[in-house]
Design a protein around this ligand. Structure first.
Ligand code: GRF
Length: 241
């Protein structure tokens, strides 16, 4: 606790980049002990790329179409990330599946945000699927990335009720607001040293989590606040790391 680090992040995007901007703003405002070393887009025309440049962030475009072989594309991606000095990789609307060797290279230090309450609704069109299933609750998840799509251990979730008149757009907009808060909060917890990943387990304040953190359990300002210890946390694990 209290060991505030300055995490260097690579943020990977494909489009709008609003989660990347939320992370950038939290870093800039000093709300979390992190900094974006590099924004990478796999699409040259991504709106988020221009937004990142406007903020003065370092950016790179690495397009899959420039590489006949997927391994070469991922090698270029990894080379750019590693050369930037980023120790952590945040997928934020990055619409590309990464192969197992690439994911393993960043094991325990690659996160993703997904617009559903995983394990419900991995993959695309989550808002539509929630509405079609008549579900009353929806939300977003921040999870560790593993080689299987949206299947890594879930770190934290934020929830909201689905309302009677909700459309795909209306519910997407509300979930996005939750995303913008949740992702920086999780990064802040990592930066403060309270949240760690050991052997595939998520560890908060030295205790393995049995269930994902709820947004309400996270400190609003990860640098200043100390969230209450989690009463329901599982068995203790060794200190260090
Ligand atoms: C978000 O809903 C995120 O959860 C999903 O893709 C969307 C990206 O939005 N993975 P943005 O590019 O961050 O605005």
């Amino acid at each position: 606790m209290g060991e505030h680090r300055n995490l260097q992040l690579a943020v990977l995007i494909s489009g709008r980049g609003s989660n990347m901007l939320a992370i950038a703003q939290a870093c800039r405002a000093g709300r979390i002990g992190a900094q974006i070393a590099l924004v990478i887009s796999d699409r040259a025309g991504a709106a988020g790329l221009a937004a990142a440049q406007e903020l003065g962030l370092s950016t790179a475009v690495i397009e899959r179409t420039q590489y006949p072989v997927r391994e070469d594309f991922e090698r270029a991606l990894m080379a750019a990330i590693d050369a930037s000095g980023a120790g952590w990789v945040m997928l934020a609307g990055f619409m590309r599946l990464l192969s197992a060797p690439c994911v393993r290279h960043y094991e325990g230090r690659m996160l993703n945000i997904h617009p559903s309450l995983l394990p419900r609704h991995p993959g695309l069109h989550t808002h539509r699927r929630v509405l079609e299933a008549g579900e009353r609750e929806h939300g977003c998840s921040v999870h560790l990335v593993t080689p299987e799509l949206d299947a890594g251990p879930v770190i934290a979730q934020a929830r909201l009720p689905v309302l009677g008149g909700d459309t795909e757009d209306s519910v997407a907009a509300r979930v996005l607001q939750l995303e913008h808060r949740l992702y920086p909060q999780v990064i802040g917890l990592i930066a403060s040293g309270r949240l760690q990943f050991r052997d595939g387990r998520i560890v908060l304040d030295g205790r393995a989590l049995e269930t994902p953190l709820a947004a309400e359990e996270l400190p609003a300002d990860a640098l200043a606040a100390e969230a209450p210890a989690r009463a329901s946390a599982g068995g203790g694990v060794g200190a260090g790391c």
